[in-house]
Design a protein. Structure first.
Length: 469
């Protein structure tokens, strides 16, 4: 990063770093002072939600080297990996125990009794999930895993013709997305190399320019059957302009789908209003449902009577006549008809617990705090680290500085192999995520991360860099 003296960096008036600089001035302290972090936490209206989660403690992390810690091993770690696996809500244990007790005491009757009848348990999630993705409840289903849902949706929505056959995607899309698209293309008898229109950043740049995406859509749109982007790019943390992409694609006659794995629970989403055709997402990152948690799917109501699943299972049959077992399909309308198997109650429970917290906190409030958290992280990084220090490692932000083009995650590129930096951070109790060869992905999550978490991370990063030089 360019070396900055405090106060010399100029941001736009609306950038959160500007507000933070003014706040530090009012407190008569440097922006790097812990006093600013403490003030931000004290005035944070969402600070109480941290108590709704289990934050791992230093003593329980095998990688922590207690000889490096000045404080108590009982203190909470610096957990900035919500973009990979969210923390466990405290309510999960209670909800799971309720269903385990019901199983133990009522057996098969649990399918139709209690607060969560197992035969309907997925449906108790849809209203809260729809609120988070900006959809109507009947447009959302909670089912399967992300890649399974992507395959099911692509089977229905990707319908290549001789003229319109391409899939437009961002280059370096997440591997599971890439593999799904590649296999779906081969299933239709097409060549992936000729069919996958991968959009690259300009030479020497890390992220896509929004105007370039729209320009390619205008130029190539007549040959594109499907635009399938991530909502947030997993590697760079770039938030794509989903409404603009959707509008431009529809203008050219293309269908539009989004993988929201890194966007759901991270940024505000309005799938219904934006007229997105379909979307899918996992729930174990920002939605905190636990490893392998249930995924979500969305199909806009405009397709309710025109798009049907290609693969059909029993759970897609209307509930009212499902138990007649006469093998005469009465398909549920819209995305509900895409359900194949009965939902697993033990996976429903963690997601239910987490979604209730999201609805209570609200996505607008979480997004506002997220902008400030990431702005604070960016400000500290720009203040404390230099682009080309003499004989030392440099750190460079590859996520857009514009808050409208990013969510929780900031991706940092280092001038030295990331493995050695990551190792030193783990030894000091920082939990984040790396991508070889040079990138560290850091995600301050507004539901449970504090401004002091960010302060601790940046100062621990300085220690880690000093240790490897």
């Amino acid at each position: 990063m360019q070396q900055q003296q405090q106060g010399t960096k100029r941001w736009d008036e609306g950038h959160p770093a500007t507000k933070l600089q003014l706040m530090a001035t009012a407190l008569t302290c440097p922006v790097t002072s812990r006093r600013l972090a403490e003030h931000l936490d004290a005035t944070d209206s969402l600070r109480g939600f941290r108590e709704s989660f289990h934050v791992p403690r230093m003593r329980d992390l095998s990688a922590v080297d207690k000889s490096l810690l000045e404080g108590d091993m009982d203190q909470e770690c610096v957990y900035l990996a919500g973009n990979s696996l969210g923390l466990m809500p405290r309510a999960v244990r209670t909800v799971l125990e309720e269903e385990l007790h019901k199983w133990a005491t009522t057996g098969v009757y649990g399918h139709h009794e209690g607060a969560r009848p197992w035969a309907l348990c997925d449906e108790i999630l849809t209203a809260n999930m729809a609120t988070i993705v900006g959809a109507e409840a009947h447009e959302v289903a909670v089912m399967n895993g992300l890649s399974i849902n992507l395959h099911l949706l692509m089977l229905a929505f990707y319908k290549p013709t001789a003229q319109r056959y391409k899939i437009m995607l961002e280059a370096k899309s997440f591997p599971s997305d890439y593999y799904a698209m590649e296999s779906q293309i081969r299933l239709r008898g097409h060549d992936p190399e000729k069919t996958m229109l991968q959009i690259l950043p300009r030479q020497g740049e890390e992220t896509l320019r929004p105007e370039d995406v729209l320009e390619i859509l205008e130029r190539e749109g007549d040959s594109i059957a499907l635009v399938l982007f991530g909502g947030v790019q997993y590697y760079t943390g770039q938030l794509f302009d989903m409404p603009a992409i959707t509008h431009a694609a529809h203008t050219k006659g293309c269908l539009v789908g989004f993988d929201l794995a890194h966007a759901v629970g991270n940024v505000e989403i309005f799938l219904h209003e934006w007229q997105v055709d379909f979307a899918c997402w996992c729930s174990y990152k920002y939605l905190n449902s636990g490893a392998g948690g249930l995924a979500g799917a969305f199909i806009h109501e405009k397709h309710m009577n025109t798009i049907n699943p290609v693969l059909i299972g029993w759970w897609g049959h209307k509930y009212e006549t499902r138990m007649k077992m006469d093998n005469k399909l009465q398909l549920s309308a819209g995305v509900s008809g895409f359900r194949i198997s009965n939902p697993p109650i033990l996976l429903v429970c963690p997601l239910e617990a987490s979604l209730k917290i999201f609805v209570e906190a609200s996505m607008p409030a979480l997004r506002a705090k997220s902008r400030l958290l990431t702005g604070y992280l960016e400000l500290l990084l720009l203040t404390l680290f230099a682009e080309s220090p003499k004989g030392g490692a440099s750190v460079r932000l590859i996520t857009p500085s514009d808050p409208e083009q990013r969510g929780c995650q900031l991706s940092l590129s280092f001038s030295i192999p990331i493995g050695v930096v990551y190792h030193e951070l783990k030894r000091r109790g920082v939990v984040c995520d790396m991508r070889e060869p040079f990138v560290l992905r850091v995600a301050p999550t507004p539901l449970y991360n504090s401004f002091q978490d960010v302060w601790r991370f940046v100062h621990t990063l300085a220690e880690a860099l000093n240790a490897v030089q």
